[in-house]
Write a protein that binds this ligand. Structure first.
Ligand code: CTP
Length: 476
């Protein structure tokens, strides 16, 4: 056939190739349109700087009262009982060494506010007010405020509130009722600090969280400062030094049992589940973890940022680091090392808070989306794939960067805990760290040892009385 000549076949092939190219070009254009259309329909992730939560700003009480008066005058705040009014609920505290008990009180107060469609106003006492009523606070005002401002249930934040709130005080902030744990506070003159608002029927009592208190944490810190089982104070308490490692052995050795300090009546405290031994008495339940958790999973297109560490005695520097990490993406995943890992690294009585207590504190913070309980000490490529991590931010505490086992060549990734993330181009150093360190908190306790021991003796008696006399209060 003439059409089957070599020339004809070549020409047909050329024509088909041209058609194929044109079809491929059209197909590419259609695929491009499909992709754009899909992209347009996808839920939008706004830029991280827009979505990242910010610490709640605060006002001093006189300014807050003036602002409330102005809003009232402008008709923005309606009188109590008026239709359309947004109720205002108040909870206050020292929030010294803010722990999961404090956070749980704020959470329960927020639930009560939600029940009536209201907002939660949180009041914090100044250092001077705490000094006057309870003795020296461990954490300074700005450090305490950094924690409270990061708690996700806070709507409005006021500093310089009175330890003894009066009805006039509640009115000045246009508060419907205040909330307190069922451990009532004693004012400097020995009377019930909430007596006036109780008498006016403007208080709601929530269940105090047992097994954790500032007194207990000060007690654990006092034990930590005892020479016979703490590293020297001029050495970092949480360092990658061989001393810290050899104190308890590298790897996942169980934490040593801290010595029980004999004290008069110790048995009574033990029976009441009040810690005098430096061991956490906190009972963690899965329900509590669920209450604190956001329950939010990362969206497919969200940039997951990972940070890890001990986050023991959750303080202002942790909050600073968590916000900084969260700003680098859309979703913050925090890997918490288990107690044995922290103890192997830091020795002595570390960690001061158990894994579950640490998890609750971190989960209560606005920048945190999710926590891994007992994260691997070395960040593996597998972990990054499994959790779809886009960026690992190094620990902000330089003492916590390396794996302590590395010096002994334990074959689990060398000294650099972040080697896998670096190799994948998914690692960034932490931004400049906040200066507060656990060593500094311990030093404050050491410097004021006598005062804290005296304060704790009084406070422990109060806690014992609470446990012995408590009635059943349903937890929200
Ligand atoms: N709170 C709680 N559970 C705890 C400790 C405190 O529910 N384990 C509540 C208190 O009842 C109060 C709020 O947290 O409503 C703020 O407490 P704060 O004044 O800061 O301190 P204390 O009650 O003295 O708590 P701590 O014993 O920890 O110092």
């Amino acid at each position: 056939m003439p059409g089957d000549s070599l020339e004809a076949l070549c020409s047909e092939a050329a024509e088909l190739r041209a058609q194929q190219e044109s079809i491929s070009a059209r197909l590419a254009k259609v695929e491009q349109k499909i992709a754009s259309s899909r992209e347009a329909k996808r839920p939008r992730i706004t830029s991280p700087t827009n979505t990242a939560p910010q610490p709640k700003s605060y006002t001093l009480w006189p300014e807050a009262a003036a602002a409330v008066a102005a809003r009232r005058a402008a008709g923005q705040i309606l009188p109590i009982g008026a239709p359309g009014r947004v109720p205002r609920v108040y909870v206050d505290g020292c929030f010294d060494m803010m722990h999961s008990g404090h956070m749980n009180a704020v959470r329960q107060a927020k639930l009560l506010a939600d029940e009536v469609g209201g907002v939660l106003v949180v009041g914090v006492h100044t250092d001077a007010e705490i000094m006057r009523t309870k003795g020296p606070p461990v954490m300074r005002e700005d450090e305490r405020m950094a924690l409270v401002a990061a708690v996700k249930w806070v709507d409005e934040l006021v500093l310089d509130t009175p330890y003894t709130p009066t009805v006039e005080f509640l009115d000045s902030l246009d508060i419907d009722f205040c909330v307190h744990g069922d451990d009532m506070s004693i004012a400097a003159d020995g009377t019930d600090a909430y007596g006036p608002v109780k008498a006016a029927g403007r208080i709601r009592i929530v269940k105090r969280t047992e097994g954790v208190s500032t007194t207990d944490l000060v007690g654990r810190l006092l034990l930590l400062t005892r020479d016979h089982h703490a590293p020297p104070l001029d050495a970092p308490l949480c360092a990658s030094s061989s001393q810290a490692v050899s104190a308890s052995g590298a790897g996942a050795a169980p934490p040593p049992s801290p010595p029980v300090v004999a004290s008069p009546g110790a048995a009574a405290y033990e029976q009441a589940n009040i810690s005098s031994s430096g061991v956490s008495q906190f009972l963690a339940t899965t329900r509590r973890l669920t209450q604190f958790s956001s329950g939010r999973k990362a969206g497919r297109d969200e940039r997951v940022v990972y940070v890890d560490g001990a986050f023991d005695l959750c303080h202002a520097a942790h909050v600073h680091a968590l916000y900084a990490a969260r700003r680098r993406g859309d979703y913050l995943l925090v890997g918490l090392h288990d107690d044995a890992t922290v103890n192997a690294r830091c020795g002595a009585n570390h960690p001061l808070m158990s894994l579950h207590e640490r998890a609750l504190c971190v989960l209560a913070l606005a920048p945190v989306d999710e926590v891994i309980l007992g994260a691997p000490a070395t960040v593996t490529a597998d972990l990054l794939r499994t959790m779809n991590v886009a960026l690992v931010v190094g620990n902000a505490d330089p003492n916590y960067l390396d794996h302590p086992g590395a010096a002994a060549g334990d074959g689990d990734g060398g000294g650099d805990r972040y080697a896998a993330a670096r190799e994948l181009g998914r690692y960034a150093d932490a931004e400049q760290a906040h200066p507060l360190r656990l060593e500094e908190i311990v030093r404050r306790i050491v410097d004021n040892r006598a005062k804290y021991e005296q304060r704790n003796a009084t406070r422990e008696k109060k806690e014992l009385k609470y446990v012995q006399e408590k009635a059943f209060v349903e937890e929200l």
